[in-house]
Ligand binder design. Sequence first.
Ligand SMILES: [Zn+2]
Length: 487
Amino acid sequence: MKCGMSARGLLLISLFASVFAGSVSTLAQRQSVPAPATTLPVELLTDLARLRDAALSSDFALRQTAFLCNNIGPRLSGSPQAARAVEYVAGQMRDLGLDVRLEEVMVPHWVRGAETASLTRFPGMAQGTTQKIVVTALGPSVATPPEGLEAPVVVVSNFDALKQLGEERVKGRIVLFNVKFDEAIQDQGSGTEAYSQAVAYRSGGAIAAARLGAVAALNRSAGSTAFRKPHTGSVRYDDGVVKIPAAAISAEDAELIAYLAAQGEVRLRLVLTPQTLPDTLSHNVIADLKGSEFPEQVVIVSGHLDSWDLGTGALDDAVGVATAMEVVNLCRRLGLRPKRTIRVIPYMNEENGLRGGVTYFQNQRSNLANHIAAIESDLGAGHPTGFYAHVVPAALPMLRPLAEVLHATGAGIVRPVPNSVGADISPLESAGVPGFAPITDTRHYFKYHHTPADTFDKVDPRHLAENAAVVAVLAYGIAAMPQSLPR
Ligand SMILES: [Zn+2]
């Protein structure tokens, strides 16, 4: 601990050691690169502190979030609201004097129809009744016949259990994947891990069930149990496997069916009438605050403009778009012009296709060296404790001064990660572009994620402002640093 080595420095080193232990050869190759500066010019540090403080007292991001959610509404790809959101955000960015263009993206156009479910037979039922089940179609689920389908339900707790049942006990039935969302993991702040465990059954359930002859696939909502809400989301189909209707039911209803099915036959009637229309022309918005010295070099700040249709896409992801918009708003207000370009990208179609992120990447394939960093906010706007950094170890010392600036708001952690930190920016990250995202408190995010309750009132103004502070300091810091980040 002598030689001025701080506890934080040691922590960072031990983090690289564990995170990057697998890439020794890459590390050795990079050891010839001169050690980058770990301090920043005093003027820049002062500007970063001003940005941070201005973010905390600004309500611009909150007002943008409100407009996207309350005035425009749900923004499913291909919908009139998604198109309106493109126009609106582009207009706001033009009003700030940015260079704005719309990038064409062909998006899937899936439209939700009627969705109802009921139990028509179960042990102990009163004659002449049915029991309502709260259900929502997954995108791009195929429809049932207009009058619905009715079949016995078979309940499984994982893919292996389904396989063990075999075709004989699955064929002609509705499979319910009753996989609990792990609230204990969520409550410790790792909501994303709980989600990634549960989401496998939402996205892969229809293929697995159809392979054994099932007529529909239901999943227990991939989100925490509360107030009998269904969580929608995307489902995958495979060209070689029959496409069967796929829907999520509330956690409470999954519990109910599992209880009854343990006692005897349970039959369910399912009506889903969604439609898959031809792909539609939509757009990513690309808005540049041009750099003063290296305008061709780009630091992306982003979120996704589309949302699911049940709520109004507040936490997922109006807040992410609004945070990115706030970064350039603050730079304008404070008269800050970065050396490198800060590019705001509200991506289209993250939720049910990722076409926006993929299209941008394809169009920039020959220009990747000029992409200095990509930041995406797509994990709600809970209190941030710092930022994820998908970077090479040599970049970490350069990020430390930014973390110091954010330390004052409780957001001083730099967490190196070996994988992508944002869906839309993941193609860029795979090609070596450094990726960043705020580390948000996700203890509440998956209560609302993809549900009718993802609405503006769930946004905490203070926490949103704190997220804007993180992204603003990160983006401007990287865009204004003397050297660009190593990769
Ligand atoms: Zn999202």
